[in-house]
Design a protein around this ligand. Structure first.
Ligand code: B1M
Length: 213
């Protein structure tokens, strides 16, 4: 069994996206729990990828292949996880803010967070402040993650936080922001709870924000 989980970890690291679904199915058929596949197979694999990305030994295309490998296995184990009542680390609501169509980085953040054990609700790109507010009410996420790639759309992050304050939902969530033009100083200025420079750091930051309560 351990060997099976180790092979799943390696397949994620190597980005063997066409194999991981079947490997996860074989593991389930072999009596492995969905929880073990997630926590002892997929997550250690993505954790390794995250470290390699942070230190510059893996690059965006490789990380995306690994993330896809992980997501293909997740698709197979999810029904079993629901049946078994497996708890995820937390819920992250993601979106690229209004007026901004860039979603590659945001998608990568979603994949990394999913690899770190979060349930992801992705609202897509060009997401209006009111849509974030409505989604907070619908999904009750732990963390709201906003992405912006344009200097002109960064200020919509502040508008979104303001809309959450006005709707009375600001204190129900932690807010994390990121994207190429975004900085820690900007996050501090607009009252976000956290900033992350890249997708691996975003998964760490989401964990940290939840742990901080
Ligand atoms: Co656009 N674009 N683009 N573009 N584009 C940039 C951002 C730009 C820097 C290019 C340039 O001029 N050098 C420039 C912005 C300049 C500025 O604002 N100062 C720009 C512009 C001007 C535009 C248009 C206005 C161009 C035009 O039409 N005249 C237009 C705007 C459209 C709109 O959004 N309304 C536009 C359009 C597009 C395309 C549609 C063609 C395409 C987007 C496709 C898509 O996303 N589906 C596109 C692309 C691809 C880029 C570049 C080339 C690459 C962006 C990217 O995907 N990077 C970009 C130039 C560049 O960055 N070199 C550029 C890869 C990605 C993995 O990195 O998104 O930074 P990134 O995400 C990182 C981190 O930032 C972080 O983690 C990610 C992974 O490590 N991160 C987070 C991101 N979100 C996070 C959220 C977090 C935490 C971390 O917490 C929630």
């Amino acid at each position: 069994m351990d060997d099976m989980l180790r092979r799943i970890s390696s397949a994620v690291i190597e980005g063997e996206k066409d194999d991981t679904g079947q490997m996860a199915q074989d593991a389930i058929d072999g009596g492995c729990s969905a929880e073990a596949i997630l926590y002892q197979g997929l997550m250690p694999g993505m954790d390794h990828v995250s470290k390699e990305f942070k230190t510059g030994r893996m690059f965006v295309p490789e990380v995306m292949r690994s993330a896809r490998a992980m997501l293909n296995a997740m698709a197979v184990i999810k029904p079993q996880m629901v049946k078994d009542g497996v708890q995820m680390v937390g819920k992250v609501l993601l979106g690229t803010v209004r007026g901004d169509m860039h979603d590659i980085g945001k998608n990568l953040v979603g994949m990394m967070c999913e690899g770190a054990g979060f349930e992801i609700r992705d609202l897509g790109s060009d997401v209006a402040p009111e849509a974030f507010v409505a989604a907070v009410n619908t999904y009750a996420p732990d963390v709201v993650g906003m992405s912006a790639l344009l200097t002109t759309t960064m200020r919509t992050m502040a508008d979104t936080i303001k809309a959450m304050e006005e709707a009375g939902v600001r204190d129900q969530v932690k807010i994390m922001i990121g994207g190429a033009p975004v900085t820690q100083a900007f996050a501090d200025r607009i009252g976000a709870d956290g900033y992350a420079a890249d997708a691996a750091a975003a998964a760490d930051k989401a964990r940290e924000l939840i742990a901080a309560g």
